[in-house]
Design a protein around this ligand. Structure first.
Ligand SMILES: *Cc1c(COP(=O)(O)O)cnc(C)c1O
Length: 386
């Protein structure tokens, strides 16, 4: 009995969508099909699988699951989040132009400026917090709008629905990097986006043990193009990683509830702390796009950045190394709390002048608030900031 669970609520989909019992044994958990190839009865006559770069049953199950979480028709999983962004940009041709934000994940910025710019694709990095600003940069070569919201690390919020209206009007593709929100907090396809991208490495995987990416789309033509690139270029994930992510996703809704609960407590604690200049978190009513965040997100998540009053990088480094519950590390979205220094870690590939302009200063720190007990998290912040 197959059921795509499309009419069920989020937590039920997280646990069941795509995870049909294995038909050969009844195993309730999808097996790890650790195989590169599949036997054929006669050339071309097979059971729907011929070579594992193209298709693997463990990956199929995960793709169905993530598609269900984003209320999308198709999902493709990649060997990293960057691999999935790479596939989107490969739909373009030399001379095409992309409009994107001025506060992006460092790796996206690096790939756009250092890899794809060399192939003749032009990127405009603009302030997108007011969607109408996008229209000023559209010309006859524009093909794609790339939106990240909330942004990494300054938690800017873009109005996805307003971006989608502009994309539709000018016949552009709108792709949204939904990594920070996860499908639990935000579903861009429902707001009019054409492609949703996830670094599955983060909240979807949720346990800091897998690197993976995913794209979800409704449009069959876009899907065919992406699936062709996926198989042709080959950034596909292995079955063991797919299994681990499926296991992680079964608790996505529970984890996200706790990330949001803990995130709120931490944001409010930091906001009144005498050593802190500014806290970036979309749940604050004085966040410039709080109303948009409220409209398009279910809650505000566990990602928070803050700026210290004391500006020196030495002081910031000292603080970053003085936590006991928070680990100093890149990445985010796992069950454990992490602290990161964007200027020298995740965003080091962005030139300092650009970083400073985007607010990614030397005295900015980013937290991925985990799902530990909130009392221990707050105590850790208190001792580190003492
Ligand atoms: C981590 C991240 C990526 C890249 O994903 P990888 O899985 O590390 O390749 C892209 N966008 C955002 C917002 C991220 O946080």
């Amino acid at each position: 009995m197959s059921n795509n669970f499309s009419n069920y609520k989020f937590g039920t989909k997280a646990i069941h969508a795509g995870a049909d019992p294995d038909p050969s044994t009844g195993a309730i958990m999808t097996p790890i099909f650790q195989t590169s190839t599949y036997t054929q009865e006669s050339p071309g006559k097979n059971k729907g699988y011929s070579y594992a770069r193209g298709k693997n049953p463990t990956r199929d199950a995960l793709q169905k699951n993530i598609a269900a979480l984003e209320n999308g028709k198709h999902c493709l999983c990649f060997s990293s989040g960057m691999g999935s962004i790479d596939a989107i940009i490969k739909m373009l041709r030399p001379g095409d132009e992309v409009i994107t934000g001025d506060d992006l994940y460092g790796g996206s910025y690096r790939m756009f400026t250092k890899v794809f710019a060399n192939f003749g694709i032009k990127f405009h990095f603009i302030n997108m917090t007011t969607a109408s600003n996008i229209e000023k940069h559209i010309n006859s070569n524009t093909k794609l709008i790339w939106v990240e919201t909330p942004t990494n690390p300054t938690m800017q919020i873009m109005d996805i629905e307003a971006c989608a209206k502009i994309a539709k009007k000018h016949k552009l593709i709108l792709a949204v990097d939904n990594t920070f929100a996860s499908p639990y907090l935000q579903n861009p396809l429902a707001l009019g986006a054409d492609i949703v991208m996830h670094s599955v490495t983060k909240y979807l995987g949720g346990h800091s043990d897998v690197v993976m990416g995913a794209l979800v789309v409704n449009d069959n033509t876009i899907y065919e193009q992406l699936a062709f690139i996926h198989n042709s270029c080959g950034a596909t994930p292995g079955p063991m990683d797919c299994f681990l992510v499926m296991r992680g996703i079964k608790t996505l809704h529970l984890r996200m509830e706790r990330h949001c609960f803990n995130g709120r407590q931490v944001a409010e604690y930091l906001k009144t702390h005498p050593k802190i200049e500014k806290v970036y978190w979309p749940g604050f009513t004085d966040h410039p796009n709080h109303d948009i965040a409220k409209k398009q997100m279910r809650d505000f998540g566990g990602m928070i950045s803050f700026v210290l009053k004391e500006k020196s990088i030495e002081n910031t480094f000292k603080l970053a190394s003085s936590f006991k519950v928070f680990s100093l590390a890149e990445s985010l979205g796992g069950v454990e709390s992490l602290i990161n220094h964007p200027a020298t870690m995740t965003h080091a590939s962005i030139p300092k002048a650009e970083r400073d302009k985007a607010g990614v200063t030397d005295n900015l720190l980013r937290l991925s608030v985990g799902v530990e007990d909130i009392e221990d998290i707050l105590e850790d912040l208190k001792q580190a900031l003492a």
